[in-house]
Design a protein around this ligand. Structure first.
Ligand code: VGL
Ligand code: ZN
Length: 194
């Protein structure tokens, strides 16, 4: 199935931040490979003047998801830190909307819709279909796609522009299967028609 891009489409880049790339504090293996993959999508969306949105994990230094507070993760994406920066090679348009999530100590948020104005912003921009890629397949991509579908967006998973944490072997594949079961359409760049 091909997807012909049209007005009402938006690209959502999930958490393409240094801490999730090789060398980062919560590195996703091969996470850097999403950058050139996403850049190809960004180029097409820009050419068609379709909106590009980037989510980012933006935690306080004592966030509840960090091991020191009893959470599952090493410290990562502390607001304003180097590790929280977007990948420098990501061609993030300067007009891209940025949604910061999990910004308070006592709540985590894997979905870009959780505790942000992302839905409101997309609705105001007339968006009805979202194309989602980034990091990580089995956490923030999964939960962002799940919320998008629940809210009612037609949702495409950019299967060639996601990578998984795979805390348990197969988590990424299971997440993709779950997103498809819920109604997401998995596509690769070659299936995009501009
Ligand atoms: C994420 C683990 C912790 C993600 C964020 O962006 O997928 N994963 N915080
Ligand atoms: Zn996090």
């Amino acid at each position: 199935m091909a997807a012909r891009l049209q007005a009402g489409d938006a690209l959502i880049l999930v958490d393409v931040q240094l801490d999730f790339l090789p060398g980062g504090s919560l590195a996703v293996s091969h996470g850097d490979e999403v950058v050139p993959a996403l850049n190809r999508y960004i180029a097409v969306f820009r050419r068609l003047t379709l909106p590009v949105v980037a989510t980012r994990d933006w935690h306080p230094p004592d966030h509840c998801s960090f091991q020191a507070q009893g959470g599952p993760w090493p410290p990562h994406c502390v607001a304003g830190s180097d590790g929280a920066r977007f990948a420098p090679l990501l061609d993030l348009p300067c007009e891209a909307r940025i949604a910061s999530k999990a910004t308070t100590r006592d709540r985590d948020a894997y979905s870009g819709f959780e505790g942000t104005d992302l839905d409101e912003w997309l609705q105001r921009a007339g968006v009805s279909r979202v194309f989602v890629g980034g990091l990580a397949t089995d956490y923030c991509v999964l939960n962002t796609v799940r919320d998008a579908l629940r809210i009612g967006y037609a949702t495409f998973l950019l299967a060639d522009a996601v990578r998984a944490v795979d805390a348990q072997a197969g988590d990424g594949e299971r997440a993709i299967a779950e997103m498809r079961r819920l109604g997401a359409v998995a596509i690769e760049f070659g299936q995009i028609a501009a």
